[in-house]
Design a binder for this molecule. Structure first.
Ligand code: TMP
Ligand code: ASP
Length: 235
């Protein structure tokens, strides 16, 4: 499968059209940004690590009945995927208070939520990805009520699968962000699932093993990513 033209260059990936109109290649880069591009850097081998992690997770989710865009891992940095018409909504699911939930509502970091919270954000860098509700998303013409209900149902199901799967690897899934898209009239999970898009805390020590190490200048960023990769691929 060949890269024909670059369709899009995002902050962490390039997306290529292949010679099959239904298939694209996601090329994972080492570039890292935070706070909507205000902080920029690079994390050594992040692309290789995230491609490996996301490929494993998409495979596991697919085996458990979740429709994903994943077709195959082509090489270290390239993932072959179904071409989606991306829904411009970021779906964040939270199990434990951290990040913007702490900043916005005053939760104590680490507080366990009574039940997972699913949030919608508008995927628009110029507007700083604002938090929104279903009515905003429908009014903006991003998705129908039915589609949003399906996204929430899928996010909750994916959360249950991931929480259990990571627990076996001694990782606590604090929160994560998903993106979905349409392909031939069906909705599929797209983008990636990786330490860029999730918060993982070591189940015993509570150590942060995700992009927060970069966002908050905690050091040991590469080591954290490779630790997650090791646990994800070992079992
Ligand atoms: P937040 O606490 O900053 O709102 O982030 C919630 C989760 O979503 C966290 O796991 C990181 C992830 N995330 C992204 O993947 N992309 C983003 O642009 C943001 C803001 C968060
Ligand atoms: N991905 C977003 C950015 O690059 C935010 C983040 O992950 O913190 O700005």
């Amino acid at each position: 499968m060949n890269k024909v033209t670059m369709l899009h260059e995002g902050k962490a990936k390039k997306v290529w059209q292949t010679d099959d109109p239904d298939l694209i290649i996601q090329e994972f880069k080492d570039d890292a940004t935070a706070f909507n591009n205000k902080k920029k850097g690079s994390i050594a081998d992040k692309g290789v690590t995230n491609n490996a992690i996301a490929s494993r997770l998409f495979t596991m989710l697919g085996e458990n009945g979740i429709p994903t865009h994943f077709v195959s891992k082509l090489n270290d940095r390239d993932m072959l995927c179904k071409k989606l018409d991306i829904i411009m909504v970021e779906v964040v699911t939270r199990n434990v208070a951290a990040g913007s939930l702490v900043r916005r509502y005053g939760f104590t970091e680490g507080a366990v939520l009574k039940q997972p919270i699913v949030e919608l954000y508008l995927k628009d860098d110029d507007l700083d990805d604002p938090l929104m509700n279903e009515a905003h998303a429908v009014e903006l013409g991003l998705a129908t009520h039915e589609e949003l209900a399906l996204l929430k149902e899928l996010a909750e199901k994916i959360n249950s699968l991931l929480v259990a799967w990571f627990a076996e690897r001694k990782l606590r899934l604090v929160d994560f962000k998903l993106e979905f898209g349409r392909h031939k009239g069906e909705i599929f999970l797209g983008d990636e699932i990786s330490p860029d898009t999730c918060r993982f805390w070591d189940a015993e020590s509570g150590e942060k093993l995700d992009k927060d190490r970069f966002r908050l200048d905690l050091g040991g960023v590469e080591d954290a990513y490779s630790e997650v990769k090791k646990r994800v691929l070992e079992q």
